[in-house]
Design a protein around this ligand. Sequence first.
Ligand SMILES: Cc1cc2nc3c(=O)[nH]c(=O)nc-3n(C[C@H](O)[C@H](O)[C@H](O)COP(=O)(O)OP(=O)(O)OC[C@H]3O[C@@H](n4cnc5c(N)ncnc54)[C@H](O)[C@@H]3O)c2cc1C
Length: 412
Amino acid sequence: MSESVRRYVIIGNGFAGTTCAEQLRKIDAAASIIMFADEPYPLYNRIALPPMLRKQVTEAKVIIRDVAWHEKHTIDLRLSTRVDAINHEGKTVIAGGKEYPYDALLVATGGRPNPSEFPGAAGASNIYNFQYMSDTKAISESLETAKTAVSVGGSFIAYELAEAFVSRGVQTHWLIRGPRFLRRMLDEISGELLDEAARADGCTIHYNDEVKEFVRSNGVVTKVITTQGTEIAADCVGIGLGLTINTELVHGTPIEVGTGIKCDDRLETAVKGIFAAGDAAEFYDPTADMHYRMGTWNNAGAHGKVAAANMAGGDVRYHDVPEYSSKIFSEQTITQFGLSPEYRNDLTMVRSIEPEKKWYRALWFREDKLVGGLLIGKGNRAGKRRYLDAIKAKTPFAESEREALLHWHADQ
Ligand SMILES: Cc1cc2nc3c(=O)[nH]c(=O)nc-3n(C[C@H](O)[C@H](O)[C@H](O)COP(=O)(O)OP(=O)(O)OC[C@H]3O[C@@H](n4cnc5c(N)ncnc54)[C@H](O)[C@@H]3O)c2cc1C
């Protein structure tokens, strides 16, 4: 290899890592690009795992980049190969006992799901997390014969599990430790709307309750006993108790770790030449003027692009308002953008509810600036573009002007 060929190494082949590889190849046709993946699959669409579990899409449709695509773009994809260490001084990564030198390195390692640690959980064969393709296949097989299933947790993943159980015709219970789903973001009113949607689809939610113990027979959970004393028969248990971010590779380097791998708005860490992206990155957002982590598909892709530009010597800033949308059971949809009380506890709020339409809006302000919002209800997303523009532009709003923003029902 010629001395002038630039060497890029990417750890993690999720949407952040693979987008970065694709972008690097566009920028530099001659560069060496090695991407390590500890899973056995090329890029699959993680957000299509719930529809796959509901049997609405096939595995073939969920895999969005095949091995041939990597070969065509001369991206050296090392599947089932875990990176064990980064030598930031020698500028190499170590995998399978070999050292791979880099000129620029991306750490896009995402997170791993927290396991259930309730009594009776260890080693049970029918308790599942829901993060990987392999989890999806295992849960799907279990649902072929399950009659009753329990989802545990107040997170989006616990919701996706509950919804999949319902849609597969399995009697579904959902245990939420707090008073509502997404309790740090939703209030009582919005929580009630989503509760209605769950009940309309036949899902039973148990609030302020959690697992006390799993009762097992021959290593298989047969029953969940809750802290409130309810006993629920269970053939399949899904766990949605959050992620532990895969930051271990940068421990022992000067790179700071907070809720994720700390980086600036160019996604570069404190060690020059090492970048972070996607779920693993705690990035600086100049719009919000703070560091935070954002676990969404669009954010991972946008990070991949910005990281690639900067790894190749550019100076591109990540300047976007993160957002995501999801349907909630068959009756509801939720759209969230920017910051919410999940990220800061010093935000003020205005909100509106239209009960007949089952619509809810909340807008959050930090001092006089709009910083985020939540739109619940089918057909209640119009106006979102204006909000995003106002957040990006840091438009100031006096207190007296804020209620009127709730009536932005068109994008201009
Ligand atoms: C079931 C589910 C549903 C979701 N639904 C939505 C949705 O509706 N909307 C939305 O916006 N987001 C959703 N998300 C979140 C979204 O999928 C993630 O934010 C996004 O995929 C993160 O991409 P990433 O590339 O940062 O990380 P990941 O996709 O987590 O990729 C990181 C990869 O790195 C690998 N890795 C880790 N350590 C190493 C190592 N040492 N060596 C080699 N490889 C390593 C991991 O195994 C993994 O394959 C969902 C997630 C899940 C699990």
